[in-house]
Design a protein around this ligand. Structure first.
Ligand SMILES: *Cc1c(COP(=O)(O)O)cnc(C)c1O
Length: 403
């Protein structure tokens, strides 16, 4: 008889968003006259840029004609897109990446979750706490996390990110092999400087570790001198894999496109990780659709970049409104400057869920309790700038009133 992967049985239920949805719908049924505003969402709300839409329309028409029809594409993605990525995301920042080091995918979540395929199950994994849950759960599924003790996994190295260390992980005592870093960070909104990243790059190269760098929010960086790619740091091509996405940048959450960069210089145990990933992708992945890759290519045209920046400015105006509103009302807030996320400390040492409830019941606004991202998130809530501008303004006014 078949036996199933026991690691799945160890996973705690996806408690966070289910619990938020449950509490929200209970509130709505008890208060049908109240207009709920959601500031907890991690999804974009603005439509795709017109430049992307017209490129996709054109590509659809090509698919209708025998001469321009496209079947299976290259496993690594079309070179028109990989070249555009280098021209738009790497070359301008001095990151020494070439198109043949890029793998186009259907988004960063699948790549972050699948990358474990090329590493053995006895590697020690380190994550930040709080953290984007995909890194942890995908390692738990492949047996790299140990046992769930009700709050943490016994074999995962958690690197606390809190007010004391400026939400920047410190080099852990127990040496990890795989180190997940995400900057600009979801959920804390923190960014890392080049010298902060250099510490990790040197550490990984010294110890033969690999950094898995999630740069999904790179386009939200507004301050100068904050690196948009880990490859802006010297030595990173020898130790880091980078995950990028068009989801938050260009509104592709429903359209699906991202890319993962594995430099050819990244070798462990005498093996090229680039070649391993190509082998993995060519076996388990048949490419992102041609139409979508043409849409992603259009993000890097002059018009596309202009439109993308307008949408990002729209979200960042929301983020500034939230950040400044809560700050003026006396809360301690982080993020919202180089990231669409605001990480707000609860007042009077309230628990995350207590503050979530207070805002839901007294202001009819939905947020995300920080404790859902890890034990160190207790005492915080996460708000996002991804909502509608008018609704966001109203939500902030309502929250400020109850504080
Ligand atoms: C949204 C998000 C992603 C992007 O996921 P896609 O699969 O590309 O939509 C990746 N990492 C983090 C931390 C995110 O918040």
């Amino acid at each position: 008889m078949v036996t199933v992967n026991d690691n799945y049985a160890k996973l705690p239920g996806s408690y966070l968003f289910a619990e938020i949805a449950k509490r929200t719908s209970e509130y709505i049924s008890a208060n049908p006259d109240k207009k709920i505003i959601k500031l907890g969402i991690g999804d974009v709300t603005q439509p795709l840029p017109p430049a992307v839409i017209s490129a996709m329309h054109k590509a659809v028409d090509e698919m209708a004609v025998k001469e321009s029809f496209m079947g299976y594409g290259p496993y690594e993605g079309y070179s028109f897109l990989r070249e555009a990525i280098v021209r738009g995301d790497y070359a301008p920042y001095g990151a020494p990446i070439s198109p043949d080091e890029i793998f186009v995918s259907d988004g960063a979540k699948s790549d972050c979750g699948n990358i474990g395929d090329i590493f053995s199950t006895d590697n020690i994994v380190a994550v930040c706490d709080p953290v984007y849950p995909v890194y942890v759960d995908s390692n738990a599924m492949s047996g790299r996390a140990g046992e769930w003790d009700g709050a943490r996994w016994t074999d995962i190295v958690y690197m606390p990110c809190n007010e004391k260390n400026g939400f920047m992980p410190e080099l852990p005592v127990r040496k990890p092999d795989l180190i997940y870093l995400c900057f600009p960070n979801n959920p804390t909104g923190t960014v890392a400087t080049k010298s902060q990243l250099k510490i990790w790059v040197d550490y990984a190269n010294r110890n033969g570790a690999v950094i898995l760098f999630d740069a999904a929010y790179r386009q939200f960086i507004s301050e100068p001198d904050i690196p948009r790619s880990i490859y802006e740091v010297e030595g990173a091509t020898e130790c880091a894999i980078e995950f990028c996405s068009f989801s938050k940048t260009a509104g592709f959450t429903g359209t699906r496109c991202g890319y993962t960069t594995i430099p050819k210089a990244l070798v462990r145990g005498g093996v090229s990780l680039h070649d391993m990933w190509l082998r993995r992708q060519s076996t388990k992945f048949n490419g992102t659709s041609y139409v979508v890759q043409r849409g992603a290519e259009a993000v890097y045209t002059e018009q596309g970049m202009k439109e993308v920046n307008e949408t990002i400015n729209y979200y960042m105006k929301n983020a500034a409104l939230i950040r400044n509103g809560l700050k003026d009302a006396g809360l301690t807030v982080y993020g919202g400057v180089n990231s669409p996320y605001i990480w707000a400390k609860t007042p009077d040492s309230l628990g995350s869920w207590d503050f979530f409830n207070k805002i839901l019941h007294e202001a009819a606004v939905v947020t995300t309790p920080g404790a859902g991202f890890g034990p160190e998130g207790e005492g915080y809530i996460r708000l996002t700038g991804f909502g509608d501008a008018v609704a966001t303004k109203e939500a902030v006014e309502r929250i400020v009133k109850i504080l």
